[in-house]
Design a protein around this ligand. Structure first.
Ligand code: CDP
Length: 221
């Protein structure tokens, strides 16, 4: 069984997907982490993302160096065998990732990887274009949203908990900017699959949303 959860930045989908995967005892594939790993490498290597040759080289290297593992059902991202998961959710990567994720060569490689990983079956796959482009034949699809204000509030709390300074208004602008890049890019933009269940998480707790999603899954299983 393949379950997809798509939605915009900080809509709560990663946390929800983690909990749903745990309840079902499925593997979680967080596709945003893959694009974040590419963005982190580009930042570390000072790669100019407008230079196609440099991006092609980066992808070649990532094809060899990037790997994934699961700890207690939760995905970890490794570059050359080193777990970099913690380095992927920083304001620097946040600011860069959407520009890297819109490059066609990057998407091609990542989508191929995502399909391969999903073939294991019994997975929850979370991202932007999973129900529409990566796994259009998935068994159950969800599209999770929340108001921009609420998303900024949540992401701020997340960053503050990790010790980062956070300006809510600035973050709201950043989220809107990322949404715009994600939903207007030519290649597999962020959009709701026709057959996805819409879930608005504004004003709801994570637990409430997980209960709602689990009820739909139970009904369809
Ligand atoms: O957690 P958050 O919603 O902030 O982001 P994420 O799910 O980790 O994804 C980070 C970025 O990767 C997104 O803003 C997209 O630019 C890109 N992404 C994508 O293009 N396609 C996906 N399937 C997943 C992420």
């Amino acid at each position: 069984m393949i379950i997809t959860i798509d939605g915009p930045a900080a809509s709560g989908k990663s946390t929800i997907a983690k909990k749903v995967a745990k309840k079902l005892n499925y593997h979680l594939i967080g596709t945003g982490l893959m694009y974040r790993a590419a963005a982190l490498q580009a930042l570390l290597e000072n790669i100019d993302i407008t230079q196609k040759d440099q991006i092609k080289e980066l992808i070649k290297r990532l094809q060899v160096s990037l790997s994934f593992s699961w700890e207690d059902g939760v995905e970890r991202v490794l570059v050359n065998g080193v777990d970099v998961t913690k380095k992927l959710s920083t304001p620097e990567v946040d600011a860069y990732v959407s520009d890297v994720a819109k490059i066609s060569d990057v998407r091609e490689m990542m989508v191929e990887r995502q399909r391969k990983l999903a073939k294991q079956g019994d997975v929850v796959v979370e991202g932007r274009d999973i129900g529409t482009v990566v796994l259009p034949d998935a068994d159950i699809k969800f599209y999770v949203t929340a108001s921009t204000k609420e998303r900024a509030r949540r992401r701020c709390a997340e960053l503050a908990a990790k010790g980062h300074i956070c300006d809510k208004q600035e973050l709201e602008q950043d989220i809107m900017k990322r949404d715009k890049i994600d939903s207007t890019r030519k290649l597999s933009p962020l959009s709701k699959a026709k057959d996805a269940y819409p879930i608005d998480t504004t004003g709801k707790t994570i637990e409430e949303v997980v209960i709602q999603i689990m009820a739909i899954i139970k009904e369809k299983k």
